[in-house]
Design a protein around this ligand. Structure first.
Ligand SMILES: NC(=O)c1ccc[n+]([C@@H]2O[C@H](COP(=O)([O-])OP(=O)(O)OC[C@H]3O[C@@H](n4cnc5c(N)ncnc54)[C@H](O)[C@@H]3O)[C@@H](O)[C@H]2O)c1
Length: 325
C-alpha cells in the first residue's frame, strides 16, 4: 500500500521544531559519511525544467526522491503554480514507495529548518535579538519561523519590493509567531538586525555588504545558479562562509562562484559545510564580532529527512489515504 498525503495533510503534522531536529541529523549524516546525495538531475522539456532530487540517510533510514518542476507558463496557460513538487518516500528495506506526499510546504519548512539549524550554531547568543527578512514570499515566512525557534527574537523587519507581499507577510507571520514585524522601506534599513535572511527571487545583490554590522549572522537561501547572487562580494569577503554542501556551492551558488571566478576571494574562503560545524569537525563562531554566513542551495537530504518525519507522524495520526498502486 502507498500512503497519499496532500498539502493539508503535510501541513497538519510538520512543524518547524521537529523539522529542525530531523534536518540537523541529516546534515550530521552528510558530514559523517552515512548519507548518499547525488547532485540533482535536470531535464528541460520545451515548456520548463524538471528536477529529480534523490537521497538516502542510512542512520535515519530515509530513502526518498523529490520531483520538482519549474514551468513559468503554468499559471497563465494551465492555472497551475510555477513550481510543483512531490516527494516519493521509499522503504529502504524493500525499496517500495510507501508514501507520495505534496512537496511544496515540505520544501519551505525544510529550507527554513536548515537556516534555523545554521542560526542555532552560528548566530550570537544574546538574550534578545532582532531578525531581518529580505523577501516576503513563501520561503521568507519559514525563514522567520525557523530563526524564532533558534533564538529569542524580540522583533523583526521585513523588506520586499512588493508592498502587497510585505503586508501579507506581516499579517500572517505576526499572528503566527505573536511577533512585532516592521515593514522596512529599504533593504538597508534592515541591516540593523542581528540575524538576516535573504529569501528573494532577485538575481543581483540586495544590499552593500560593507554596511553590515559586525557580529551579524546571515542565512542566504535565494539564488541558486552560477550567475545569480543575492549577496555581493563585500559581504562574502567579510564573512566566515559556511555552505550546505561544498559541491553544491561551487556548482550552483553565484554568491561564492562569482567572487571566486573574479579572483576576489580564493576557493579556500569556503570555510566549512554546515554538517562539519554540527559534528564539531570545524569550529563555528569564535567571537561576537565575526560575521557568519550560511549559504543554502537546498539539498535532497533535507527532503528525505523531512519526508520521513511527516510519514511517521501521519501514520501515527491516521492521516492520508492508503492506495494499492
Ligand atoms: N535554498 C533552498 O533550499 C531553496 C528552496 C526553495 C526555494 N529557494 C529559492 O528561494 C527564493 C524565494 O523563493 P519563494 O518560493 O519564496 O518565492 P516567492 O516568489 O514566493 O517570493 C520571492 C519574493 O522575493 C521578492 N523579491 C524579488 N526581488 C527582490 C528584491 N530585490 N528585494 C526584495 N524582495 C525581492 C518578490 O517580490 C517575492 O515576494 C527563490 O530564488 C527560490 O528559488 C531556495
Amino acid at each position: 500500500m502507498t500512503l497519499i498525503l496532500n498539502k493539508a495533510d503535510v501541513a497538519s503534522v510538520l512543524d518547524m521544531k521537529d523539522c529542525m531536529v530531523a534536518v540537523e541529523q541529516a546534515f550530521a549524516e552528510l558530514s559523517g559519511g552515512t548519507a548518499v546525495l547525488p547532485l540533482r538531475i535536470g531535464i528541460t522539456p520545451p515548456e520548463g525544467l524538471s528536477l529529480y532530487m534523490p537521497a538516502y540517510l542510512k542512520k535515519m533510514e530515509a530513502l526518498a526522491c523529490k520531483v520538482v518542476t519549474v514551468y513559468k507558463n503554468n499559471p497563465m496557460k494551465h492555472n497551475l503554480p510555477t513550481t510543483i513538487g512531490k516527494v516519493l518516500l521509499q522503504d529502504p528495506t524493500t525499496g517500495d514507495v510507501i508514501c507520495i506526499m505534496n512537496g511544496g510546504y515540505l520544501t519551505a519548512v525544510r529550507t527554513g529548518a536548515a537556516s534555523g539549524v545554521a542560526t542555532k550554531y552560528l548566530a550570537r547568543n544574546d538574550k534578545e535579538q532582532v531578525a531581518g527578512i529580505l523577501g516576503a514570499g513563501v520561503q521568507a515566512k519559514m525563514q522567520l519561523w525557523a530563526v524564532c525557534e533558534a533564538r529569542n527574537i524580540s522583533k523583526a523587519f521585513v523588506y520586499d519590493i512588493s508592498d502587497t507581499a510585505a503586508d501579507a507577510f506581516i499579517a500572517e507571520m505576526g499572528k503566527k509567531l505573536n511577533l512585532k514585524i516592521i515593514k522596512a522601506k529599504t533593504a538597508d534599513e534592515l541591516l540593523q538586525a542581528d540575524i538576516i535572511c535573504t529569501a528573494t527571487s532577485s538575481p543581483s545583490p540586495l544590499f552593500d555588504g560593507n554596511k553590515v554590522r559586525e557580529g551579524t549572522h546571515i542565512n542566504g537561501i535565494g539564488s541558486h545558479t552560477p550567475t545569480a547572487r543575492e549577496l555581493d562580494s563585500a559581504i562574502v569577503k567579510r564573512s566566515k562562509f559556511i555552505g550546505d554542501s561544498r559541491e553544491a556551492c561551487f556548482k550552483e551558488a553565484g554568491d561564492i562562484m562569482i567572487p571566486v571566478n573574479a579572483g576576489e576571494i580564493p576557493e579556500s574562503h569556503f570555510y566549512a559545510e554546515l554538517g562539519e560545524i554540527i559534528t564539531g569537525k570545524k569550529q563555528g563562531r569564535v567571537n561576537d564580532r565575526e560575521i557568519t554566513l550560511f549559504k543554502s542551495n537546498g539539498l535532497a537530504i533535507q527532503d528525505a529527512a523531512a519526508a520521513k518525519l511527516v510519514y511517521k507522524k501521519a501514520v501515527a495520526a491516521g492521516i492520508g489515504i492508503q492506495v494499492e498502486i
